[in-house]
Design a protein around this ligand. Structure first.
Ligand code: HEC
Ligand code: HEC
Ligand code: HEC
Ligand code: HEC
Ligand code: HEC
Length: 162
């Protein structure tokens, strides 16, 4: 995770773009029609392969819409996200913003925090949608960010050890 290197992405993308405008078929430049997914995977191949190896992929990631969430320009957020993580997610998943969905299948309480806390699994990180879900891929339909035995209850117990 080296923020300083991120501008390299932008430089290279710009170069590819300009090269595509110049458009000589014998050039070594990447082809004009190369998708964003492929473009990013030129350098993030290992990461993308690891996501593809998971059983479920998040629809926008699988579609290669990386820039829905990541800015190709500068950003004040970590990982060059357009907005704070939860705002990003809620933009498409409004119903889950209350946190009610987390414990919908359980009898305790009516809602679960989805922000304003510290992530017990990554101290120093704010609690957010991605404390539980991966924005890219996972081994469960709910795209849980980590694997745990015992289904959803095992997910709960990863943070709530008795
Ligand atoms: C020319 C190579 C290259 C291309 C193309 C590229 N990246 Fe990167 N990217 C890097 C390098 C190098 C780093 C820093 C090292 C690392 O974390 O792997 C990085 C880091 C990142 C980070 C982490 C930034 C941080 O704050 O830690 C994100 C997010 C990212 N790239 C997204 C993308 C997306 C989305 C695309 C496609 C639109 C893309 N990159 C295309 C080379 C590239
Ligand atoms: C739905 C929003 C969303 C989409 C779509 C998305 N990302 Fe991300 N990405 C995130 C978030 C949020 C993080 C921060 C993850 C964390 O803190 O664990 C992240 C982190 C990253 C990182 C940092 C390193 C890492 O190990 O996770 C890279 C690189 C990256 N994304 C590349 C991509 C690429 C390439 C695509 C498209 C194939 C993509 N992302 C699609 C939201 C998204
Ligand atoms: C551009 C819109 C968009 C954004 C932004 C977005 N998602 Fe999604 N997400 C989708 C679509 C489309 C699906 C697949 C259809 C569905 O099941 O609703 C999906 C599916 C999911 C699922 C699996 C639902 C299931 O049971 O199959 C989870 C979990 C999820 N997203 C979490 C997140 C999180 C966390 C973020 C923020 C990092 C986020 N999403 C950002 C569009 C988005
Ligand atoms: C504490 C962990 C946790 C957090 C934080 C969390 N979720 Fe969930 N999420 C779950 C669990 C558990 C399920 C499965 C619910 C079920 O099947 O009963 C789920 C399911 C989902 C689904 C599938 C549809 C549904 O409602 O069952 C989506 C989409 C989703 N979450 C998005 C989000 C978004 C967006 C955020 C942030 C606002 C978020 N989640 C925060 C644990 C979490
Ligand atoms: C990624 C870690 C994480 C996961 C996974 C997680 N929780 Fe939590 N949970 C928290 C945090 C953090 C709090 C807030 C504790 C505090 O207030 O200090 C919390 C609070 C709660 C509370 C108290 C709610 C209140 O009103 O304050 C209940 C009940 C709860 N969780 C149940 C669950 C259940 C059930 C699951 C599985 C579906 C689950 N949690 C999964 C981190 C997690």
């Amino acid at each position: 995770m080296n923020r300083k290197l991120f501008p390299l992405c932008i430089v290279v993308i710009t170069v590819f773009f300009l090269a595509s405008l110049g458009n000589s078929s014998e050039s070594d430049a990447v082809k004009v029609d190369e998708s964003e997914y492929k473009l990013c995977s030129n350098c993030h191949e290992d990461l993308i392969k690891a996501w593809e190896a998971k059983q479920y992929q998040h629809a926008p990631t699988a579609a290669g819409d990386c820039t829905i969430c990541h800015s190709p320009h500068a950003s004040n957020e970590k990982f060059f996200l357009h907005k704070k993580t939860n705002e990003l997610c809620i933009g498409c998943h409004k119903e889950q913003s209350s946190g009610k969905h987390v414990i919908a299948s359980y009898v305790f309480g009516s809602s679960h925090p989805v922000d304003g806390k510290i992530n017990p699994l990554k101290t120093g990180d704010n609690f957010s949608c991605i404390s539980c879900h991966s924005p890219h891929a996972g081994n469960t339909k709910e795209l849980f960010a980590f694997d745990a035995p015992g289904g959803t209850m095992g997910i709960c117990q990863t943070c709530h050890k008795k």
